[in-house]
Design a protein around this ligand. Structure first.
Ligand SMILES: O=C[C@H](O)[C@H](O)COP(=O)(O)O
Ligand SMILES: C=C(OP(=O)(O)O)C(=O)O
Length: 342
């Protein structure tokens, strides 16, 4: 075997015992989970914003960003529900590059998965304890879900993972809303099939156990645009795309049909500064069509303290080291615009 076993990583029970979620925060988390669930069940018509850096690379800058979100959340709470993006696992197109805090708690140092798992759990708990905001993360490694299952508020399965059986089956045993992204090639059937699989019950092998799941009726769609076989970006947030997705969704007869639109990635053609324009267009489409208004539950936006991106080592506090993000001033303006126009 050409694999060197470096360090045994403690199991979830051990890590949770070392870094527990405080009792009084568990109650707050339960109430927030209930509110998020109601949005997907059409029992609360607030608009969701899943918003934050492309990758959560530094606990202090991420928490400073969330503290700013928390202040705005108070102002817009009757119209918008904000879920911070704390993305600690990064899928990479070629396997090269920063793979997230779970691999490297300090991006300038060598990988340390054991410290990484502790660091991401601490950061998620800080978002809950200091700001009462359960955050979103990507399920990149389904087996790692058990380290964060009690602290997350929302999960996305990424464009590169959505056709994978272990992801789909694991989501079927998750008790919170999980967004299944369209794959990088854009095939909506793959996304809708993944929702079907996640909404059904399954028996399978998970972390050394035979497990049985109930199915997750809150699994739903995330549209992130696509890249065609010539490498061209094909957005899927325009009115006609949304109408088509909604009608395909209806045909599949899935529970709680819901769409989140990702305003970055192939939708913005990785031009982060286009996100406010894209958000405005989606709000207009929602206003124009009542079925879309019901189905489009929110947006996923990439934003951080400082706009753009940097290379690791430039050390600009609060600037993305993966995909470029909106900066704070534009983010604040955008959230206010959404609150007034949703
Ligand atoms: O969201 C971030 C990136 O788009 C994703 O992780 C892929 O990144 P890469 O194509 O730069 O590897
Ligand atoms: C990696 C991400 O997205 P996608 O899977 O759509 O590329 C992300 O949202 O950070």
């Amino acid at each position: 075997m050409s694999m060197r076993f470096i360090k045994r990583i403690p199991g979830a029970a051990e890590i949770i015992k070392q870094i527990p979620l405080p009792g009084h925060i568990k109650e707050i988390k339960k109430e927030k989970d209930h509110q998020i669930k109601k949005i997907f069940e059409n029992k609360d018509d607030r608009f969701l914003l899943i918003i934050g850096p492309c990758s959560a690379d530094n606990e202090d800058s991420v928490c400073e960003y969330i503290s700013r979100l928390a202040k705005i959340q108070e102002k817009v709470q009757d119209r918008i529900f904000i879920i911070p993006r704390i993305y600690t696992n990064k899928p990479r197109t070629t396997g090269e590059g920063y793979k997230g805090m779970v691999h490297q708690p300090d991006p300038s140092k060598e990988p340390d998965l054991c410290e990484g798992i502790k660091a991401i759990r601490r950061m998620h708990i800080r978002s809950l304890s200091e700001f009462h905001m359960p955050a979103a993360d990507e399920m990149l490694y389904p087996e790692n879900y058990s380290y964060l299952s009690d602290v997350l508020g929302y999960i996305a399965v990424g464009a590169r993972s959505v056709e994978n059986q272990q992801h789909r089956l694991t989501v079927s045993g998750v008790e919170m809303p999980v967004g299944m992204k369209n794959p990088t090639g854009g095939d909506l059937t793959v996304m809708l099939n993944s929702i079907k699989a996640a909404q059904s019950s399954h028996a399978f092998l998970y972390n050394g156990w035979q497990v049985e799941t109930t199915g997750n009726t809150l699994a739903h769609a995330i549209l992130r645009g696509a890249v065609d076989s010539y490498g061209r970006n094909i957005p899927n947030y325009h009115y006609e795309d949304l109408i088509f997705t909604a009608s395909e969704y209806e045909k599949h007869q899935l529970a709680h049909p819901s769409i989140i639109v990702d305003t970055n990635h192939a939708n913005s053609m990785k031009c982060y500064y286009e996100q406010p324009r894209i958000a405005r267009e989606i709000l207009m489409s929602r206003k124009y069509d009542t079925a879309l208004k019901k189905m489009i539950k929110g947006l996923m936006i990439e934003s951080y303290l400082v706009e753009g991106r940097q290379e690791i080592g430039e050390n600009i506090y609060g600037k993305s080291i993966t995909d470029a993000c909106l900066g704070w001033e534009s983010t604040e303006r955008l959230i206010c615009y959404i609150a007034e126009n949703v």
